[in-house]
Design a protein around this ligand. Sequence first.
Ligand SMILES: *[C@@H]1O[C@H](CO)[C@@H](O)[C@H](O)[C@H]1NC(C)=O
Ligand SMILES: *[C@@H]1O[C@H](CO)[C@@H](O)[C@H](O)[C@H]1NC(C)=O
Ligand SMILES: *[C@@H]1O[C@H](CO)[C@@H](O)[C@H](O)[C@H]1NC(C)=O
Length: 784
Amino acid sequence: METALSKTPQQRQVVFLTMLLLLWEADSEAIRYSMPEETESGYLVANLAKDLGLRVGELATRGARIHHRGNKELLQLDAETGNLLLRGKPDREVLCGVTDPCVLHFQLILENPVQFFQTDLQITDINDHAPEFPHREMLLKIPENAQPGTVFPLKAAQDSDIGSNAVQNYTVNPNLHFHVVTQSRTDGSKYPELVLDKALDREEQPELTLTLTAVDGGSPPRSGTTTVHIEVVDINDNAPQFVQSLYEVQVPENSPLNALIVTVSARDLDVGPYGNIAYSLFQGGGVSQPFVIDEVTGEIRLSKQLDFETVRYYNVEIAATDGGGLSGKCTVSVQVLDVNDNAPELTISTLTSPIPENSPEAVVVVFSVFDLDSGDNGRMVCSIQNEFPFLLKSAFENYYTLVTEGALDRESSAEYNITITVTDMGTPRLTTQHTITVQVSDVNDNAPAFTQTSYTLFVQENNSPALHIGTISATDSDSGSNAQITYSLLPPYDPQLALSSLVSINANNGQLFALRALDYEALQAFEFHVGATDQGSPALSSQALVRVLVLDANDNAPFVLYPLQNASAPCTELLPRAAEPGYLVTKVVAVDRDSGQNAWLSFQLLKATEPGLFSVWAHNGEVRTSRLLSERDAPKHRLLLLVKDNGDPPRSASVTLHVLLVDGFSQPYLPLPEVARDPAQDEDLLTLYLVIALASVSSLFLLSVLLFVGVRLCRRARAASLGGCSVPEGHFPGHLVDVSGAGTLSRSYQYEVCLTGDSGTTDFKFLKPIIPNSLVPDTYMLNS
Ligand SMILES: *[C@@H]1O[C@H](CO)[C@@H](O)[C@H](O)[C@H]1NC(C)=O
Ligand SMILES: *[C@@H]1O[C@H](CO)[C@@H](O)[C@H](O)[C@H]1NC(C)=O
Ligand SMILES: *[C@@H]1O[C@H](CO)[C@@H](O)[C@H](O)[C@H]1NC(C)=O
């Protein structure tokens, strides 16, 4: 019992009372002991000898032993003292688990006599375990639309202790949304339930973390905690919403295909598929819209070319739909901007061509212009080339007329290529050009015009009949039959002129023909008019003067006037023997009916009885002695002279001259041959008159030249003082010299006066015109 003394008084009391009860039912009733778990090994549970009323030592002698029937050998018996000691440290949770009460049964066996004593050992629980949750963390998914009051059971915490030492209460940290209710199962165990107090909103708070605490009923109480993660599960409670409800954009009509118009954007507060937005077009109004939208990015692009002229506004409805089927809408208002992409168009309504010339102000073209663009891009300006005699007139709105500025002249321009240019005022400017050809029809307003006002034709005399002597030509600037010309000969003014026997004309081409051979010596020149008539209605005509000059041919040989060659008695010249050398014996006078070179005569001594005695001057035909005469010279001499003209080929005539040498006679008394006298006397008188007339005319001419020069100088002095300048012209008055009806001498003629003879026998031979090498076309010679 010494071990019992070490116990507290309360413990000893309990043990004693129990022992009393056990003893009361000795042999039949079991002896029961009780002790808390976790008691240290060696603990004295009880003194069995004393409790069983046996003597000390009796246990040892009777071979007492403890039989653990299937139990762990927890107890050890000290047979000498009868103390029952604890062997090992009992753990109620290991020995009994949840069984309550936890009682260990064992038997005390005694021999001599054999006695059995039943002994029970109850092990009581102490709060040596804290509640423990199966996991340190819990995950709870709660849809956001869960109603307040909804209960969510949670996993319970485990506590190996039993009874009041087990879990008694669950708590959660204070929060807005939940509280915990502790529920009891039928076996008395407790479990927690989470109760929703306030509705959740994932969009506001997608997850919560709670700390769940389990408390047991021990003293002091123990607790365990776990973290509860609450994930608020999304439901599709938000429709997609566009950032802007109206997008306004302006797009030039010439934007390229696939050009980005605008990017729309919508938001959905939900997540996952409920937050996935797909954009789409609402095709409305039956108008197929030229836009496509990217389902994912919301980019709206052009799928067709825009045309301001067709559609100016588009209202496009855009929908954004999430995975849950909710959708939002917005409007994209697209304004198409005009771009100057249409060139003006020009339509010719009326074109009058050809238009007759000479018609006053006529409408040639009526046309209209049109531009599909609007504003400045559609305003137009029309123009034509400046240099044309046409005017553009605005007729009505976009209608214009092109009128002639006045009468047209087909002859100056028969055709106009008029380019009508229409330009709009857009940027850049677009231009349309249209070229129309306006023909001007002919009116017979032009008479034929000769290429020259007068024609001078030259015909060599002795021509062959029907010789083509020249061509006249006229032109008519009209066209067609208005320009078809017929040539004709007009009746001559001079009724004497038998024109129709002289020339003929080809009516079609104006060729003139000489009808018969012409003779210069008979007809040196003639003139007539030709006419040209066109075929117009009425016909117009004009005329020109034609002068025909007959050219001389060397068809006449020189004719010797003196000495006469056909005289029966040949002419004989007397020569005094005392004559000095160079004495003029005689002068041969000859004429040529031709003119010009053909009438230039030269003289030549062909043959003489005494060569070297006489010489002939080649140009004037004077025959002179070339040396002194002597007694030995024969009294009679015969000279043969040749008179030759300068024609090609030259023609010539020969002259035979007889000279008689005489002694000592004076010329005045010399009887002259009868035949030679008469003409010499006549010519002497004529020569005198002519010389006087020529002298007076020459002095008159000189005087008038001086006068003329004087006047000119005066004028020039005056003109010079006025600053002008004029050059004096050597203008000779016409018809100044008119000699023996041989012709009119104008300034372009030279004249040559050939005088024959010396002081005694001076013969006027001839005065003739020398026709210059080139004839001035204006001049012609009158019939002499
Ligand atoms: C559980 O604990 C809470 C908070 O400590 C308390 O208010 C409540 O009364 C307790 N319940 C029980 C059954 O002990
Ligand atoms: C007008 O144009 C036509 C055709 O291009 C051309 O043959 C003609 O010569 C032109 N006329 C004028 C007067 O330029
Ligand atoms: C000589 O000829 C001239 C001119 O031809 C003529 O006038 C004259 O009568 C003629 N004399 C003789 C004698 O034949």
